[in-house]
Design a protein around this ligand. Sequence first.
Ligand SMILES: C[S@@+](CC[C@H](N)C(=O)[O-])C[C@H]1O[C@@H](n2cnc3c(N)ncnc32)[C@H](O)[C@@H]1O
Length: 249
Amino acid sequence: MPTLAYSAGTLTLLVLALYMLHKLRLVHILLHDVRDQAHHDSAGLFRQMEALQGLYVELDLKHSLPPTRGWAASPDILLELARHARSAKPATVVECSSGISTLVLARCMQMNGAGMVFSLEHDSEYALLTRAQLRRHGLEDWARVIYAPLRPHLLSDENWPWYDTSDLPACLPIDLLVIDGPPQATRPLARYPAGPLLFKSLAPGASVFLDDAARPDERTVLQRWHKEFPALEQSSRPCEKGCAVLSAQ
Ligand SMILES: C[S@@+](CC[C@H](N)C(=O)[O-])C[C@H]1O[C@@H](n2cnc3c(N)ncnc32)[C@H](O)[C@@H]1O
């Protein structure tokens, strides 16, 4: 009997030790994940700080920009846009959604000494906020924020809530199109209509920048555009939320 009791005790101890080992292994894996995530986050943050500093230097800004990231564009894509706008010198820029990107692009137009940004904004409050920021930066002559509420557009027998473009000057050849709206919550593939509704207005050699291109929705939109507009060459830039660039011949 004592032998039986002894083996039962040993078995219990063994099970307990195995359980502890299993838990220790889980903690070990978790610590690795936390360390990797912290490293990834700080590297990403550093990259955004560098891009933001680059923006202030390259745009020689006299006033601070509103907060970036989150709902607003991130410094990395803003810097990509600024560099493109400064080198390609687009005469007409159209934007789907307004905000910091409007300020950055308007400042590029001012530095280029030519060009105009037309920014479609579906939310009247954000339209006012962006206009106020443009005034604060003395950039109101270089960008026009167009209040463009979302209205139904019928495309391939489907209804798409998308910007009302009736106040966008007609027959404008677009040299640069920046797509960062409407917000994802408006409907699945919310940004798809920019293709069928605006790509026909792209000037030869025009570029299209799509923000948030790493999201599944935007990846599907890019695939649809690729099928429907094969002449637009697609590439990407290394930005935290993903940035796709479509280039017209
Ligand atoms: C992705 S944001 C546009 C960001 C803009 N391109 C920029 O660089 O700041 C798309 C739309 O979301 C709305 N929006 C912006 N900030 C928001 C916030 N904090 N909460 C809710 N909606 C917001 C605005 O109507 C904007 O047109």
